[in-house]
Design a binder for this molecule. Structure first.
Ligand SMILES: Cc1ncc(COP(=O)(O)O)c(C=O)c1O
Length: 475
């Protein structure tokens, strides 16, 4: 099919696509027409190094995944009311990566649907409705999941918080309520867990029980936060004592991204076993497939209602063929181990950058999920939101795709396809170094944190050396 001129694509998008559908780089959006490995290509054939696409987990358009999808599509795609080997084998493989109590699988189409079903299961199993979620959390775009996503609730114009929703502080030991400057890691974990305990007490004080606590075990939209030691152990105890169950949202961070484990909840100890785990994004490497894994007890409670679960597309043979191929590639290409090795290399390189740039307040992460928190003052830890936005836009001009996140949008996020290499890290760090140097020479940006509107249009006042751009490898 012949490509439309980019201007026409923009015009048609403006005319026909809902204006609330956000674009990356709104002022000069990218038209991406092809992907391979860790690279995306625009309509002119320019390569962009992708540091943000954790969906393209095993690399954009991995041939083995594409082949599995095409072959199954040519055979049959139907719903899961018919027996098919792909769905049962996929469930068996996913469950093999989990602690033994997590032994039952539901297939759905997206992370939002997975979390919606998790909420429904929790309500049925506990008979309660009160959910505890974390400040800054995002769990999906459905009405039900927006309700438990302070990331959206707290936006100007966001919907009002519902009464059954209880928001606990983000367990952020760098810039949160309890910090590593005053408390050690164990104390911070305990203090944040006590906040959840207080919420449980409040709910019980109203004569009710807790329905569920939902959290990512490595918090993404909240700003790449690894909850402190002991936090989940204590929280899970408080929530269960108050009649609730625990949901681990692994939609962003699952499938080996954290390097030494399949799932981020496993980073917090072998005894941390959620009652429900939700999966999504990387599971289909770009194809919509997601899942909910739970215990026999929770699944039985649902069965006892007598209401059957039917999902037209969830678990169809094509989606499951693709998910199985993704699991094959992770194993065949040792991508978990690679995430650990390249992620450590990235973190070390960013730590070195931190020594040269005051603006970097914190570097944290596990595997290929890393955050660089920018602050204008290392003592007060004042978020450098505008500078983060400047850096992301300048990196795009240098053909590296990054994003910023966190409640103050001041955390630069790395979550690249797992085929990312050390050479890619070198390219990114060299560019970042140059751009952070640029920032130092823009006094009004560096000191006053004013609007960067005039700087992010691709015509920044300083230009990084051209040679750096050329290092983005084209394949
Ligand atoms: C942590 C988390 N949970 C759930 C979702 C929702 O997933 P989806 O967009 O596939 O519905 C997202 C999406 O960004 C997410 O980041």
């Amino acid at each position: 099919m012949e490509l439309l001129p980019k201007s026409e694509t923009i015009a048609l998008r403006e005319k026909y696509i809902a204006p609330s559908c956000d674009l990356f780089f709104r002022k000069d959006p990218l038209k991406i027409v092809r992907g391979k490995g860790q690279y995306m290509y625009d309509e002119l054939g320019n390569a962009y190094l992708d540091c943000i696409n954790n969906v393209a987990h095993v690399g954009h358009c991995h041939p083995a995944v594409v082949k599995a999808g095409c072959e199954q599509m040519a055979l049959i795609s139907t719903n899961n009311r018919f027996l098919h080997d792909n769905i049962v084998l996929c469930a068996q493989r996913l469950i093999a990566t989990m602690p033994s109590d997590l032994s039952v699988c539901f297939f759905v189409n997206s992370g939002s649907e997975a979390n919606d079903l998790a909420m429904r299961l929790a309500q049925i199993h506990t008979g309660n409705t009160d959910i505890i979620t974390l400040h800054g959390a995002y769990h999906g775009h459905l009405t039900s999941t927006v309700d438990i996503s302070p990331y959206k609730l707290n936006m100007p114009g966001g919907p009002p918080k519902k009464e059954f929703v209880n928001i606990a502080p983000l367990p952020d030991s760098y810039r949160g309520k309890y910090r590593d400057t005053t408390y050690n890691n164990d104390e911070v974990g305990h203090l944040y867990a006590e906040e959840v305990k207080e919420i449980c007490k409040k709910i019980q004080g109203k004569g009710k029980g807790v329905c569920a606590f939902i959290a990512e075990s490595f918090i993404s939209c909240g700003g790449q936060i690894i909850p402190p030691k002991g936090y989940f152990r204590e929280v899970y105890q408080h929530v269960r004592a108050a009649g609730g169950i625990c949901i681990a949202d692994e939609v962003q961070v699952g499938f080996g991204r954290v390097g030494n484990h399949w799932w981020a909840f496993q980073m917090h100890g072998d005894d941390i076993v959620p009652d429900i785990v939700t999966l999504g994004k990387p599971m289909g490497n770009g194809h919509p497939v997601a899942a909910v894994i739970t215990t026999k007890a929770v699944a039985e409670s649902f069965k006892k209602t007598g209401v059957g679960y039917f999902n037209t597309y969830g678990g169809n043979p094509v989606s499951c063929a693709i998910a199985n191929a993704v699991l094959d590639v992770i194993e065949a290409e040792n991508l978990k181990e690679r995430a650990l090795e390249v992620g450590d290399y990235l973190k070390n390189a960013c730590e070195k950058l931190k020594q040269q740039h005051e603006i970097i307040g914190d570097v944290r992460g596990a595997g290929l999920f890393v955050g660089i928190e920018l602050v204008t003052d290392r003592i007060q830890r004042v978020p450098a939101k505008e500078i983060a936005s400047y850096v992301v836009n300048r990196m795009k001009e240098e053909h590296v795709l990054l994003s910023s996140d966190g409640p103050e949008q001041n955390v630069i996020k790395f979550k690249p396809p797992m085929v990312f290499t050390k050479e890619n890290v070198d390219t990114v760090v060299l560019l970042l170094n140059g751009i952070l140097q640029e920032v130092k020479n823009i006094p009004h940006l560096c000191c006053a944190e004013k609007s960067t509107d005039n700087l992010i249009s691709g015509k920044g006042p300083l230009n990084i050396k051209k040679t750096v751009k050329e290092q983005v490898k084209c394949i």
